[in-house]
Design a protein around this ligand. Structure first.
Ligand code: GLN
Length: 532
């Protein structure tokens, strides 16, 4: 899957939609993404660069598209599903240092391209999948994606009919002329052809319906079969896209190209049930998300999607309000928070915006609003409670104040000797035992869960007894290390903080039980307020 003209056309969504359809047809599918940037992984990237950093079960800090892959396919991804130029180069340089190239000059072609090809084929070689969809990040014409496209060109020859290329391009609508324009698509396909790659299928992203005649013209200009030119019109929701793609036979065309006779129609039953709920919901549930990246729609992607799924399954329309933690003060808290049915306090790093999170948490705790703290959000719950209820005025996390007299959140022991920033947090899925009878255990319907982590700091167990005596209970812990993973205040409607990120594992067909329960609490609170 390559992209042309501009970025942000939704290669990840088209890849995910195709995977969703193939999976529903009984095939084993996975999706991988190759990112042409030099960072080893996006873990060290600021959310302003590429949005949220997604975390896989095996603890890889990954591009947020992997979140879409999981949400659409319900198939877990791993480190092997996201490879950057940085990782390719590092691996080649390591091999060079080891002497693996036996004195040869190490070059982009063949060494870098071979390394890319080895990685492209790695998941397929496990034998676990019938289809591996490979998304090449960036846009055709970028200098940095050239080695990836050269690898694609070579693979097309090596894999023959077991391989096909889908190119996603853009057909802009010029408002002044009231016309759709195909030229950018023609140019981007030409660019691809110049690199030796002939696309088999074109997906045209557009804001308006593209007439059949125009699609035929594009097919002619681009050497693509007329029925293999598909449009992807802006949809009300990303979750509509698989069905839209199926209506235009994307999955059947793919199967035809690789000479597979379809086994029948994909079973999209459960997916369509979700869509029916999504389209028929009318009642609003208003959730506030308190964080510092509120102007950035991708920064909290997985949380947004988990909330959306939870609202949909509860037959509601999600009304998500972003609340800038830097602008929240005791003076405006009433005005900013009083209309909300539930509040999420977001994950994050560093001091900026932290005081606003405390303001939100104090307001929510004292007004008994359903509140969900995730990672830093949970840590803030603990700090705010320590300051306001335990009377430990300068309580803090040593992340924000290394000299705090009350380090209720502290650096994990195994983190103390680490100086390298990349891939060194507590990452990936860890076991968590939940206290029987706690709200969180009831939400999951289980006392043992496994969720994904991304943090360096933890609840300081030296303070545990004081918290519990005052009403904040540590209801989830890692069975091996006794790290506190979940806190809750049982006396309140729904006041739960998780050190882990349940949003990463929430998918359309398997939504997070914790988000579902939070949403139920928010809806009940909304109805309670309305009845007053
Ligand atoms: N900054 C906090 C820590 O490292 C929380 C991280 C997060 O919210 N993902 O522990």
């Amino acid at each position: 899957m390559t992209g042309g003209v501009v970025s942000s056309l939704g290669k990840g969504i088209i890849s995910s939609s195709l995977a969703c359809l193939l999976k529903a047809s009984g095939y084993r599918v996975t999706i991988q993404k190759f990112d042409p940037y030099i960072n080893i992984d996006p873990g060290t990237l600021n959310p302003y660069e590429h949005g949220e950093c997604y975390v896989t079960v095996d603890g890889h800090e990954a591009d947020l598209d992997l979140g879409h892959y999981e949400r659409f396919t319900n198939v877990r991804t791993t480190r092997a599903n996201n490879v950057t130029s940085g990782r390719i180069f590092q691996s080649v340089i390591d091999k060079e240092r080891r002497g693996d190239y036996l004195g040869k000059t190490v070059q982009i072609i063949p060494h870098i391209t071979d390394e890319i090809k080895r990685n492209v084929k790695a998941l397929g070689n496990t034998g676990d999948y019938d289809f591996v969809i490979t998304e090449i990040g960036g846009t055709v014409g970028d200098i940095e994606s050239l080695p990836f496209l050269e690898a694609v060109r070579q693979l097309r020859w090596e894999l023959e009919d077991n391989c096909l290329c889908i190119h996603l391009t853009y057909v802009p609508y010029i408002h002044a002329a009231k016309e759709l324009k195909t030229k950018p698509t023609q140019h981007s396909v030409k660019q691809l052809q110049q690199l030796g790659i002939q696309p088999d299928i074109l997906v045209l992203r557009t804001e308006h319906d593209i007439p059949a005649q125009m699609r035929k013209k594009i097919a002619q200009f681009c050497n693509v079969a007329p029925d293999a030119v598909i449009q992807s019109v802006d949809a009300p929701s990303i979750y509509d896209v698989p069905v839209m793609m199926h209506e235009q036979h994307l999955d059947e065309i793919v199967l035809r190209k690789v000479h597979i006779t379809p086994k029948g129609q994909p079973d999209m039953g459960p997916w369509k049930e979700f869509l029916t709920k999504m389209h028929s919901a009318t009642r609003k549930v208003t959730i506030g998300l308190v964080g510092k990246y509120v102007e950035l729609q991708d920064a909290y992607k997985s949380i947004n999607e988990a909330l959306f799924q939870a609202a949909t399954y509860n037959d509601c329309v999600l009304d998500l309000k972003y609340i800038h933690s830097e602008r929240l003060t005791p003076d405006n808290a009433d005005e900013q928070l009083s209309g909300l049915d539930g509040v999420i306090v977001a994950p994050g790093f560093g001091q900026r915006g932290i005081e606003g999170k405390f303001v939100a948490l104090k307001w929510c705790r004292t007004h008994d609003v359903p509140t969900f703290g995730i990672c830093l959000g949970m840590q803030c719950m603990v700090i705010e409670f320590a300051r306001d209820v335990l009377g430990l005025q300068d309580a803090n996390s040593t992340e924000m104040d290394p000299h705090t007299p009350h380090n209720v959140i502290d650096l994990m022991e195994e983190q103390k000797s680490i100086s390298n920033m990349g891939g060194t947090m507590r990452l990936g899925a860890y076991d968590c035992t939940l206290l029987d009878g706690s709200k969180v255990a009831k939400a999951y319907g289980a006392t043992h869960v496994k969720e994904r982590h991304r943090h360096r700091f933890e609840f300081n167990n030296d303070y545990r007894d004081r918290f519990e005596a005052a009403g904040m209970k540590c209801v989830g812990e890692n069975p091996a290390t006794h790290l506190v993973e979940v806190v809750e205040i049982p006396g309140l409607r729904w006041f739960i903080g998780t050190q882990y990120h349940p949003e990463y594992s929430s998918t359309v067909l398997a939504p997070s039980p914790l988000f579902l329960d939070f949403m139920r609490a928010a809806i009940a609170y909304r109805d309670e307020k309305a009845a007053k």
